[in-house]
Design a protein around this ligand. Structure first.
Ligand code: IPM
Ligand code: MG
Length: 347
């Protein structure tokens, strides 16, 4: 039995995960789904964003399908109880260190991008973001300075083995694509980045077939809007990857189209759209389910060893988009459900 933990979360999370489950069910792959609350919904149900029963389910399952977490309603809570802690907790507890965020422009969405058509249509990249380290997980707090002012701090740190294992993921991903890896850092200022760069160069010796380049993160942000077509695989740390992947998603038409995978070294994965919970449109049936449906496809490919089923879902989304199916984020009027219907029809 293959068990999928479905963690819908908050805002539009439940709406989009329901459609992804519907698509997976239609493929008749013998998957079993079990749902549990997470994020604000976890806090409401159990007083904690990542209830222990939810974490247990995620551990037991073969893969996790995650919606989104977060709502301004919880902003007043202390940090450890806020919805975002659920996803950070899952990443840490399951050792999900490798975040794969593909960004490509689907045919037909050339005009949905904020970039000029001839620039946008060349976008086809994967951002490999490290997910278990960096300022996200370093020591943090608010402390008094000697003269009594409050000072916030978040320690940025990477150990060489953490860099090495994500670098291998980057090089292997590049081998399966166009063979180009661009490592993004801030080595002109940060010691963390200098170590990152040194280790990536060491690992490169094992991948003579991959062309490695390095770019400072500020330049990378600029190049992503100047000429995103130059990138094949981007390898970067947790914070830079967070920022650059949102940027890349908009270049590719809509954040509503982009899936992601977070993997550990045992093939276990958590799959989620890269967009957030969008509380402003929650409950209205207006969210684009494609990012979550495409995340389900990544799940089939990376955790469940069903690459042919993954290809079918991705082709169905492409067909639906090419046929004119559009939710509001893409300038159309289809509801969440009708968009998923269009994908199912193409399937
Ligand atoms: C993401 C999100 C998360 C992150 C938040 C919700 C903690 O922005 O997955 O990109 O910063 O990693
Ligand atoms: Mg983010």
């Amino acid at each position: 039995m293959t068990l999928i933990a479905v963690l819908p979360g908050d805002g539009i999370g439940p709406e989009v995960t329901a459609e992804a489950v519907r698509v997976l069910t239609a493929l008749d792959l013998g998957l079993t789904f079990e749902e549990a609350p997470v994020g604000g919904a976890g806090y409401d149900a159990d007083g904690h964003p990542l209830p222990s029963a939810t974490l247990d389910l995620a551990r037991r399952a073969d893969a996790v399908l995650f919606g989104a977490v977060g709502d301004t309603r919880y902003d007043g809570l202390e940090r450890r109880l806020r919805p975002e802690q659920a996803i950070l907790g899952l990443r840490a507890a399951l050792g999900l260190f490798a975040n794969l965020r593909p960004a490509r422009l689907f045919k037909g969405l050339e005009d949905a991008s904020t970039l000029k058509r001839e620039v946008a249509e060349r976008i086809d990249m994967v951002i490999i973001r490290e997910l278990n380290g960096d300022v996200y997980f370093g020591e943090k707090g608010i402390r008094p300075t000697a003269d009594g002012r409050r000072q916030g701090y978040d320690v940025m740190a990477y150990a060489e083995d953490e860099v090495r294992r994500i670098a291998h993921v980057g090089f292997r991903t590049a081998q399966g694509r166009k063979g180009r890896l661009c490592s993004v850092d801030k080595a002109n200022v940060l010691e963390t980045s200098q170590l990152w760069r040194d280790v990536v160069i060491e690992v490169a010796a094992e991948y003579p077939d991959v062309a490695l380049s390095h770019m400072y993160v500020d330049n990378a942000a600029m190049q992503l809007v100047r000429d995103p077509g130059q990138f094949d695989v981007i390898l970067t740390g947790n914070l830079f990857g967070d920022i650059l992947s949102d940027q890349a998603s908009m270049c590719a038409g809509s954040i509503g189209m982009l899936p992601s995978a977070a993997l550990n070294d045992g093939g276990k994965g958590l799959y989620e759209p890269i967009h957030g919970s969008a509380p402003d449109i929650a409950g209205q049936g207006r969210a684009n389910p494609c990012a979550t449906i495409l995340s389900a496809a990544m799940m089939l490919r990376h955790s469940l060893n069903r690459p042919e089923a993954a290809d079918r879902i991705e082709a169905a989304v492409a067909t639906a988009i090419a046929g004119g199916a559009r939710t509001a984020d893409l300038g159309g009027t289809l509801s969440t459900r009708a968009m998923a219907d269009a994908v199912l029809a193409a399937l």
